[in-house]
Design a protein around this ligand. Sequence first.
Ligand code: NAD
Length: 268
Amino acid sequence: MTDKLLTGQRALVTGASSGIGRAVASALADAGAAVLVNYRSSQEDAEQVVRDINQRGGKAFAVQADVASPGNCEKLFGALEQKLGGVDIVVANAGVQRDAAFTEMTLDDWHKVIEVNLTGQFICAQEAVRRFRLQGLDPDRSPALGKIIFTSSVHQAIPWAGHVNYATAKGGLKLLMESMAQELAPEKIRVNAIAPGAIKTAINQDAWETREAREKLLKLIPYGRVGEAEDIAKAVVWLASDESDYVVGTTLFVDGGMLLYPAFREGG
Ligand code: NAD
């Protein structure tokens, strides 16, 4: 039997009880990684993800933690050590939206989104780097000491009216990722980001649920379809694997061409 792309790798996916995180956890496991499925409150859903993976012959565990809490993150990495013997891949995926017009946005909405989507990613990544260093490089496992993949968004580049908290967090994540990559590459830690376009999940249900909403959304997607969580998961598997060993500090946009300013097709 030939080894799978991620055989022997140990992965953490945050916010993995739903949407993109769930698809990423499943795809990493199908590629041979042992996976820790983090969830904040949906224990039942997280356990279902684990059951599905185990039924397909993979290895997974569910662990509750709020990624915006340093204590919880430590607990998460402690569980990785205890259950999987360490960690090689961290997919920092947890995220929230609290949308409002600029002057209607409460300070609580602002803080909540920055706290989870930016600070939470920082806390998790910091703990990951500490753990990678303690583990040391094992060339039989991977040429990299560790791999961190942030889940950003096309809105790290495209301004988004009515979502200033979200766009600010994702814009910040871009430079967090790039600055970390620059600082940590000499230690063979690869830091990258995946930037989804419009993907059918609970976070943006309003944007694809009805026919009218879908038609409006499709005007923004040159490739002519709304994305599926699996579109992101396949790209994450590659970014997490040694096939992308020379990819450092890059944002991989998986967006059906959303970033191509489709409004300029006619006119401009
Ligand atoms: P989702 O709502 O299904 O997933 C978000 C997950 O994060 C949920 O499982 C939620 O419980 C978890 N979460 C929230 N706060 C948490 C916390 N404090 N600690 C731990 N987990 C927490 O939506 P999704 O679309 O799958 O979103 C996943 C990521 O993808 C997010 O970072 C989101 O910003 C990003 N993204 C999504 C889209 C899209 O179109 N769906 C586009 C671009 C980026």
